[in-house]
Design a protein around this ligand. Structure first.
Ligand code: S3P
Length: 429
């Protein structure tokens, strides 16, 4: 798609946005629906490109998945119901699809091959292939198994006791999914708490998994039973409007149906610490994944430090937090966030490069960035670099810009938020 002229110089944002389904939970609903026994119904499924890649892979594994308006019907026949694919499976841009799928395929007695786009081709996979190989699966890929194409010959799995070298929910989830097929109890120790959607899904599908501080235990051979899943809105998508509402003058935005799982709410804590006028519901709806409505108003912001155990709880929100920090008084420091280098792009580099083009005072560090606020944003030609979250962050930054802004590779946004611009345009007054 050609470069997109973004809306600039916006006076105020007012109105409601119903946030689309959570990407992480949508992926897992397809995966668990496929490995459970019976018919699973998923409502408010996110029809973003990444989740559609997950559906396409499971269809190639022989699972029947019917798509209707905003809901799915998945006919699962257990792990044993998956069959050897006759074609290569393409995960597109989706790290969650490829890493979690490897965990499932590790225990299946057949051969399969996984490929993805150019970005996936640069993202490290040994973090998953190493523990899965220790459990007994045969995995290989380019550069000693680190990069796609990845080939898998699954088989009989031994349980594992594994200390994760990085705080990653994708790696944890891949081992849990393999552990569900192993001969005994697997133990996974996280260096810091990461999103726990996989653990919640197992319980929702009638299985058992325990968590004691950062130690997770799961038994192999459990039978999972189909369920009905209502996917809450994605807080990582809501984050763009939370920041927009805080930095655009005279704004008030109500964000409906936002997932408020405590392993994902780091952005709320950071925004409150920075002085944001953000209302969070006190009693959250007590579904298997909590959710509620958030209200954000224009705020006077001050700088902060974002670090340590908070990082995995807001890892995907760091690009938009960097923009927020450009509008806060003082110097914001983001550290302990080396993982940003292996996301859809190297998000330390892409955030710093692109925000500088718009006039921000921001520098890259080894494990994060330093942002000096508050700065006026100007305008120019920017790029998403094919990274959905960089594209949306730049579209929000443009709202403040005095001069025209053009966004290259805007189509990347459909990976997680296909109707992002429609929702944004509805708020502009
Ligand atoms: C995800 C985990 C995170 C996150 C990604 C989605 C998941 O990745 O950045 O967008 O659904 O498990 P890591 O596990 O690599 O940190």
């Amino acid at each position: 798609m050609a470069a997109l002229k973004l809306k600039t110089n916006i006076d105020r944002l007012v109105g409601n946005v119903t946030i689309p389904g959570d990407k992480s939970i949508s992926h897992r609903s397809v995966m668990f629906g496929s490995i459970a026994h019976g018919e699973t119904i998923v409502t408010n499924f996110l029809p973003g490109d990444d989740c559609l890649s997950t559906i396409s892979c499971f269809r190639k594994l022989g699972v029947t998945i019917e798509e209707a308006d905003n809901h799915l019907r998945i006919s699962g026949n257990g792990f044993e119901g998956l069959s050897e694919p006759t074609e290569v499976m393409d995960v597109g841009n989706s790290g969650t699809t490829i890493r979690l799928l490897m965990g499932i395929l590790a225990g299946r007695p057949f051969h399969s091959t996984l490929v993805g786009d150019a970005s996936i081709g640069k993202r490290p996979m040994t973090r998953v292939t190493v523990p899965l190989s220790q459990m007994g699966a045969k995995l290989d890929g380019r550069k000693n198994g680190d990069f796609t194409p990845i080939s898998i010959r699954g088989g009989h799995l031994q349980p594992i006791q594994y200390e994760l070298p990085v705080a990653s929910a994708q790696v944890k989830s891949a081992i849990i999914l393999a552990g569900l097929q192993a001969d005994g109890i697997s133990t996974i120790i996280e260096p810091a708490e990461t999103r726990d959607h996989t653990e919640r899904m197992i319980r929702q599908f009638g299985g058992e998994i325990t968590k004691d501080n950062q130690t997770i235990r799961v038994k192999g051979g459990q039978k999972l039973t189909a369920s009905t899943i209502h996917v809450p809105g994605d807080i990582s998508s809501a984050a763009f409007f939370l920041v927009a509402g805080a930095i655009i003058p005279e704004s008030e935005i109500v964000l409906k149906n936002v997932g408020l799982n405590p392993t994902r709410t780091g952005i709320i804590e950071v925004m409150k610490q920075m002085g944001a006028k953000l209302d969070v519901p006190e009693t959250m709806n007590n579904d298997f994944e909590p959710s509620g409505d958030l209200i954000i108003k224009t705020s006077n912001l001050k700088a902060t430090v974002v670090e340590g155990n908070l990082i995995p709880r807001l890892i995907d929100e760091i690009p938009i937090i960097a923009l927020l920090a450009t509008q806060a008084e003082g110097t914001t420091i983001i550290k302990d966030a080396e993982e940003l280098k292996v996301k859809e792009t190297n998000r330390i580099d892409t955030v710093v490069l692109e925000l500088r083009k718009l006039g921000a005072n921001i520098e890259a560090t080894e494990d994060g960035m330093i942002i000096h606020g508050k700065t006026k944003l100007t305008g120019g030609k920017v790029s998403s670099h094919g990274d959905h979250r960089i594209g949306m962050m730049l579209a929000i930054a443009a709202l403040l810009c005095e001069n025209p802004v053009e966004l290259e590779q805007p189509d990347a946004i459909s990976v997680s938020y296909p109707n992002f611009f429609e929702h944004l345009n509805n708020l502009i007054r």
